[in-house]
Design a protein around this ligand. Structure first.
Ligand SMILES: C[S@@+](CC[C@H](N)C(=O)[O-])C[C@H]1O[C@@H](n2cnc3c(N)ncnc32)[C@H](O)[C@@H]1O
Length: 226
């Protein structure tokens, strides 16, 4: 992928810039901070108030940052209370190893995050792997559009696709219908995106949509429940 390059964001963590679509993988204000806020604080922590078993589906594995943050939070949480996490993540375009090696997340996080980050990336595609006790990872090599998941099987969706203006196909109503079917009743979809058409389409798919303050000064992000 020679059209993808490393970029520093406002909190000192890296993101990747995809020149082909002129888009970064994370907020330019802070990749780590955005992941922590949108997916961990507003997503995972909120669901853990209701259940100790999470079945998460991520749209776009990319750099593995959300998976890493989820795993670190699982480990932190498990010191107080036993929780189980199944993390399924979909990615049609896995990154080249040299790009993964260039990311600075290992240097910015506690030392023991490094082997976990490596384990996430070394895990084979399309297989369940117990990366740590209580945390099962499955990286699905493919597109959300082609994903054959079980109805009512997940309780949290991380919708982390490139912006609707850059990759409109991934924000098609059919994808939200699919997400709705995959979610258990009471399950939630979270996204950094608060685009009006996105929210209308979520409602059309059956979701109850609730705006939520966005990360890093952004006015809004989206949380949507089944
Ligand atoms: C905004 S990036 C975020 C990636 C990741 N969550 C991270 O923290 O690095 C969007 C990701 O969605 C992937 N993607 C593109 N088309 C997709 C599709 N149809 N289904 C699932 N993922 C897709 C991209 O390749 C990219 O890795």
């Amino acid at each position: 992928m020679n059209h993808v390059e490393l970029q520093l964001t406002g909190d000192g963590s890296h993101t990747l810039f995809n020149a082909e679509i002129n888009e970064t993988y994370h907020s330019h204000k802070g990749a780590l901070a955005e992941s922590r806020y949108v997916f961990i604080h507003a997503g995972m922590d909120a669901m853990l108030e209701q259940t100790q078993e999470l079945s998460i589906l991520e749209v776009g594995f990319g750099t593995g940052l959300n998976a890493l943050m989820t795993l670190l939070r699982t480990r932190e949480f498990s010191r107080v209370q036993h929780i189980k996490v199944r993390y399924t993540t979909i990615e049609p375009f896995p990154l080249a190893q040299e790009l993964i090696d260039g990311l600075n997340y290992k240097a910015l996080l506690p030392e023991d995050a490094a082997p976990i980050f490596d384990a996430l990336h070394q895990a084979p595609w399309d297989q369940d792997v117990e990366v740590l006790p209580g945390f099962i990872l499955r990286k699905v090599h493919g597109r959300l559009e082609d994903f054959q998941g079980q109805t009512d099987s997940v309780n949290l969706i991380f919708y982390d696709a490139f912006a609707p203006s850059k990759q409109p196909d991934v924000w098609a109503l059919d994808n939200f219908r699919k997400c709705f079917a995959l979610l258990q009743s009471g399950g939630m979809l979270v996204s950094y995106c608060a685009n009006g058409q996105f929210k209308r389409d979520l409602k059309a798919a059956g979701f109850s949509v609730k705006p939520y303050p966005g990360a890093l000064g952004k006015r809004e992000m989206t949380r949507a429940w089944k």
